[in-house]
Design a binder for this molecule. Structure first.
Ligand SMILES: *Cc1c(COP(=O)(O)O)cnc(C)c1O
Length: 359
């Protein structure tokens, strides 16, 4: 095993038990089994049961598998939007979802804030035509978080619209009340610390009903992964096409390990490690947190402005085996991003802080 520690926000540091589960999976021939076998159905079921418990996800939600979180954007637009989606844009990921709407011939609308800023619920003006509101819990490009309570308030103010939450770089951290969310999604190479190649789409029966109504109106909801078909297969713990069986197996195992650790403990440890990093960034004059408002500072992806040239700093720190993420796009030269995922231990965070302090 490599001695490096990845603080990159995806792909990221592997969760410590991945190696053992991967070996066990090979031993059990998991990559060779049929996806139409009882063995696969029971893997899918185990993963669903572990995720339900970990996330507090009620039974009216299906757990569906896609190729990536990016795929989920397309599926949501095709299956849950007849004409108008509404996007809260505060960085590159939320913006891409909005742009997908136009690529799919929808009349997607957005409300946008400056990068590094978050939304105040009182300032959000949802267009009356919006069928779906897209909100990002953790905007990975900027390190801005939208607190769970704010997401839920958006739904309370818009009970007739679907609310879809991107929690790609934070799940299982966010403690969402799934009575006030209609869909949420993530991919496994971020906070779950797994190899990439699996998107996880949580959807409730209201989303399914919307997809059915679109199909009744002869809309195209997709072919390969349309919601009605994914859901039909989910009911027997199968998938329409050959899925990432190994990925689904590993996700179930890691979710079970996280349950043993205790999700409350994982959240507490995340907060503590984030505090250490933000305190350091505020104390050392060569750094500052990019996000000014403490309420909008992400606990899972910490973005910092650097006085030094950021690529040089990243290179210098990487010589010690500590791999940080670069600033996103236009911020490459003057920002670093530090993923504070469950796979990164307190000791690793302290090691990084020392390395930055001595840089
Ligand atoms: C990484 C990321 C995505 C895209 O995930 P993929 O697995 O690359 O499709 C979407 N949203 C956010 C916030 C992300 O961090």
């Amino acid at each position: 095993v490599s001695q490096k520690i990845y603080f990159t926000p995806g792909p990221a540091q592997l969760y410590p038990s991945v190696e053992a589960h991967l070996k066990q999976a090979l031993w059990e021939d998991i990559p060779s089994i049929s996806h139409r076998s009882n063995q696969f159905r029971s893997i899918y079921q185990d993963t669903v049961e572990a995720l339900r418990e970990l996330l507090g996800l009620p039974d009216n939600f299906a757990i569906l598998f896609t190729g990536s979180a990016t795929e989920v954007w397309e599926r949501l637009l095709q299956n849950c939007v007849e004409e108008t989606s509404f996007h809260l844009v505060n960085g590159e990921f939320s913006k891409k979802f909005y742009e997908f709407g136009h690529l799919l011939q929808k009349k997607s609308l957005k409300q946008e804030v400056e990068v590094g800023k978050g939304f105040e619920v009182a300032d959000i003006q949802v267009d009356y035509k919006a069928e779906l509101i897209a909100v990002v819990h953790n905007e990975t490009s900027t390190g801005v978080v939208t607190p769970e309570a704010d997401i839920q308030q958006i739904k309370q103010k818009n009970p007739q619209r679907l609310v879809a939450v991107d929690m790609v770089s934070s799940a299982p951290y966010p403690q969402l009340d799934y009575r006030l969310v209609d869909s949420a999604y993530f991919s496994v190479q971020k906070a779950f610390g797994l190899p990439a190649g699996l998107g996880v789409w949580l959807v409730n029966e209201k989303c399914l009903a919307k997809a059915e109504s679109l199909e009744n109106k002869k809309f195209t909801t997709g072919a390969h992964h349309r919601l009605t078909n994914l859901w039909k297969f989910f009911e027997k713990y199968e998938t329409p096409s050959t899925p990432n069986v190994l990925g689904i197996y590993l996700l179930g195992k890691i979710a079970q390990d996280m349950l043993r650790e205790g999700v409350a403990n994982i959240r507490k440890a995340t907060d503590r490690k984030a505090q250490i990093l933000y305190d350091f960034l505020q104390q050392d004059s060569r750094f500052e947190p990019f996000v000014q408002n403490p309420k909008h500072r992400s606990p899972t992806v910490i973005v910092a402005n650097t006085v030094a040239n950021a690529p040089d700093l990243i290179k210098k720190i990487s010589a010690q085996g500590l791999i940080m993420g670069s600033g996103y796009q236009t911020f490459k030269e003057k920002q670093i991003r530090i993923a504070n995922f469950p796979a990164v231990s307190l000791a690793a965070v302290e090691q990084l802080r020392e390395a930055l302090a001595q840089s």
